[in-house]
Write a protein that binds this ligand. Structure first.
Ligand code: ASP
Length: 329
């Protein structure tokens, strides 16, 4: 065979720059990895992403990079915002997001083998899985960064980051705020993760739930150890007047083994326009979504209803995280 002309002039190519932001090459598994400094870093990058998207829509910062999105549980926002984030940064995605039923998982492939396969094609893996601790298992097998997109009732760190970012951007600060979490505090993983992140700040916490959906003791003990001003109640009327943030959650039917228990508590809380009349003029109502009736549609036009702005912030936060773990931010 005659000698080939090289396709690539590798000598002329810029080597990959690796930044030392503490996130490059790292997994994002738990909010425990984030202290105030790292949070400020991610938020600053997310603001840059917002400004860039506002001006030009996208860049080629992550051109040539591939992200695998592996979802064993349904998702609308988390999956599509990771995909949008990667694409706005010029990268591309392997989307296994319409249920693993169309992948070899349905043939009985283990998580370990699926992860070891996907890492052959990709530079990072996003995983959502119904089992607590599965993101850690994936990270143990993968040599590329794994981002936890929700592990059962465990953690949802990227959601907590976008939640905290939303609070910061909507109210201009985090220290000094009174944050009330309402609904399913037991199975709501976003509540676990956001609560832990908030412990980095000087906040008051109010937990509002029916008895069977109270915040798990392990998380409550962390709140107590951090010496936060904290109270629990069953009644949203106890917190509405003083809350700066009302973080409402869905009662998670899929986590109940006894469906009659779900029926008992599913309509426990409804945020209505009448209730909002009692709230402060400057406060925010948030929800990780999906909602199934716990915030009335009539509340959506209230300027304090921040849940769709919160959705958008999810894309900026995930852009910041992807750029950081891939060593480009
Ligand atoms: N979307 C959020 C989550 O994945 C909240 C929910 O499903 O209710 O945890």
């Amino acid at each position: 065979m005659k000698e080939l002309t090289p396709l690539f002039d590798l000598d002329a190519m810029e080597p990959v720059q690796r930044n030392s932001n503490g996130l490059t090459g790292q997994d994002v598994l738990s909010v425990a990895q984030f202290d105030r400094e790292k949070l400020e870093y991610v938020f600053a990058r997310a603001r840059e992403m917002r400004a860039m998207v506002g001006k030009i829509g996208g860049t080629d910062l992550l051109k040539g990079h591939v992200l695998a999105c592996l979802f064993y549980e349904p998702s609308t926002r988390t999956s599509s915002s990771f995909i949008a984030a990667m694409e706005r940064l010029g990268g591309s995605v392997i989307p296994i997001t319409s249920g693993v039923k169309f992948s070899s998982v349905s043939k009985g492939e283990t998580l370990a083998d699926t992860i070891r396969t996907l890492e052959q094609y990709s530079d990072a893996i996003v995983l959502r899985h119904p089992k607590i601790g599965s993101a850690q298992v994936a990270a143990d097998y993968a040599s590329v960064p794994v981002l936890n997109a929700g592990d059962g009732a465990g953690e949802h760190p990227t959601q907590a980051l976008l939640d905290l970012f939303t609070i910061r951007e909507e109210l201009g600060r985090i220290d000094g705020l009174k944050v009330a979490m309402v609904g399913d505090l037991r199975y709501g993983r976003t509540v676990q993760s956001l609560t832990k992140l908030l412990l980095n700040y000087d906040v008051s916490l109010r937990f509002v739930s029916p008895e069977i959906l109270r915040l798990p003791l392990t998380t409550m003990n962390q709140v107590i150890d951090a010496k936060k001003d904290v109270r629990e109640t069953h009644d949203v009327a106890d917190v509405i007047e003083n809350a700066d943030v009302l973080y409402v959650t869905r009662v998670q039917k899929e986590r109940f083994s006894d469906l009659s228990q779900y029926e008992e508590v599913k309509d426990y809380y409804e945020i209505t326009t009448e209730l909002m009349e009692k709230a402060k003029e400057k406060m925010v109502v948030m929800h990780p979504l999906p909602r199934v009736g716990e915030i009335h549609y009539a509340v959506d036009s209230d300027p304090r209803a921040a849940y769709f702005r919160q959705v958008k912030n999810g894309m900026y936060i995930r852009m910041a995280l992807l750029a950081a773990v891939l060593g480009k931010a």
